[in-house]
Design a protein around this ligand. Structure first.
Ligand code: ATP
Ligand code: MG
Ligand code: MG
Length: 353
């Protein structure tokens, strides 16, 4: 048997560890938090910070291949590990995706359009950028944002202040993105193996509530041309980064038929959780296959479905959900149900194809 190292102990790490176990792999996670979702199911838990040199050495020692479940793993740590054991997706993917400026530049370079954006490093930058975008836009920290955190929306209304907005995100390096008047949001989950083969799952349509993903629905209500454009973009991205593993790419669909990329995540993605219930091979197994040098699995969908995140107190609905026919329930094992915290998800299978 061989051992897969996973940096990060959240629900994505947990689901990766479960998929790895099913294929006969051992898993070891590196995570500073003791009782964490992945720690409960992995074979081994190295309890240390993601950049602690001894811990990295230990991880490299016990792992045959190393991956990560979140995009804020320190790039230096990933690069160091990559000198002794393969780290997939490549550290370059981490580097690009953890900075919104590098990400936007990369997307442009490989021919994937995004919203217009400006670098913001001061109140003055923000004022000038807002002026260029008719007072409308979304200010986002360059780094560490997730679930809509580190963002301030400008709608062009009177009384909105660049000064207050920049202070609200902590006056850190940021970007202003032009406000996208989208009709829908979609995402694509795709994988590339070590030989360069690519497989793409069906596109999902996503609804966010308070900046957090609420539901992913498959099939989408957008045209097959649009879905095809999203899949093509994912292929360009995977090839552009010489990528190995699963990627999630988020898009805005505009009324005029334009598709703009929002961002990508170099990992399994919340909007791909439905694959566990509606495909023979889930995104989690697909990622393990890719990084372990196994052939990619079939991405065909056998059912229509809707994935709903269970956030905060939603987790109390689990006993009821378990009574629903066609509901595939997944609970992450987090001790405390804080508001806004992802506690689990349910995928409701409907029509069989
Ligand atoms: P995630 O948890 O997906 O990583 P995040 O914190 O990185 O989230 P984004 O994906 O950038 O945040 O934005 C969250 C949501 O806010 C988007 O899914 C979309 O609904 C809305 N949004 C983001 N950027 C824009 C934009 N430029 N124009 C309009 N809406 C936007
Ligand atoms: Mg993000
Ligand atoms: Mg997002």
């Amino acid at each position: 048997g061989s051992t897969i190292g996973i940096i990060g102990g959240g629900q994505l790490g947990r689901m990766l560890a479960m998929a790895a176990a099913r294929l006969g792999y051992r898993t070891v996670i590196l995570e500073p938090q003791g009782d964490c979702p992945a720690g409960q199911v992995a074979n081994q838990h190295i309890l240390a910070a993601y950049d602690e040199p001894n811990a990295l050495e230990q991880l490299a020692e016990v792992s045959d291949v190393i991956t990560y479940e979140f995009e804020n793993v320190p790039v230096d740590a990933a690069e160091t590990l990559n000198e002794t054991k393969s780290v997939f997706p490549p550290p370059e993917a981490l580097k690009v995706s953890q900075d919104r400026v590098a990400e936007k530049r990369f997307l442009a370079k490989v021919g994937i359009p995004t919203a217009q954006w400006r670098i913001v490093e001061s109140e003055g930058d923000l004022e000038a950028a807002l002026l260029a975008f008719d007072g409308k836009g979304i200010l986002k920290t360059r780094r560490f944002g997730y679930d809509g955190k580190g963002q301030v929306k400008f709608t062009g209304a009177n009384g909105e202040s660049a000064k207050a907005g920049y202070a609200a995100i902590g006056a850190v390096p940021a970007i202003l993105e032009a406000m996208v008047d989208f009709t829908r949001e979609i995402s694509v989950i795709a994988a590339r193996d070590q030989e360069g083969n690519i497989k793409v799952y069906d596109i999902a349509e996503n609804v966010h509530k308070d900046g957090i993903l609420a539901t992913s629905t498959v099939p989408v209500s957008v045209s097959s041309t649009m879905a095809g454009l999203a899949a093509d973009a994912a292929r360009k991205l995977l090839e552009g980064l010489n990528y190995v593993g699963v990627v999630g790419v988020e898009f805005f669909v505009l009324a005029n038929g334009t598709l703009l990329a929002n961002e990508f995540a170099p990992r399994v993605h919340n909007s791909g959780h439905w694959t566990e219930a509606a495909c023979a091979v889930s995104q989690f197994e697909q990622h393990i296959r890719a990084i372990a040098g196994l052939p990619l699995g079939d991405t065909r969908r056998h059912s229509d479905c809707v994935m709903e995140n269970l956030i905060g107190d939603d987790i109390d609905k689990v006993p009821e959900l378990l009574k629903e026919p066609g509901a595939v329930v997944h609970v992450y094992g987090k001790a405390e149900a804080r508001p806004g915290r992802k506690m689990g998800h349910v995928t409701r299978i409907s029509k069989r194809l």
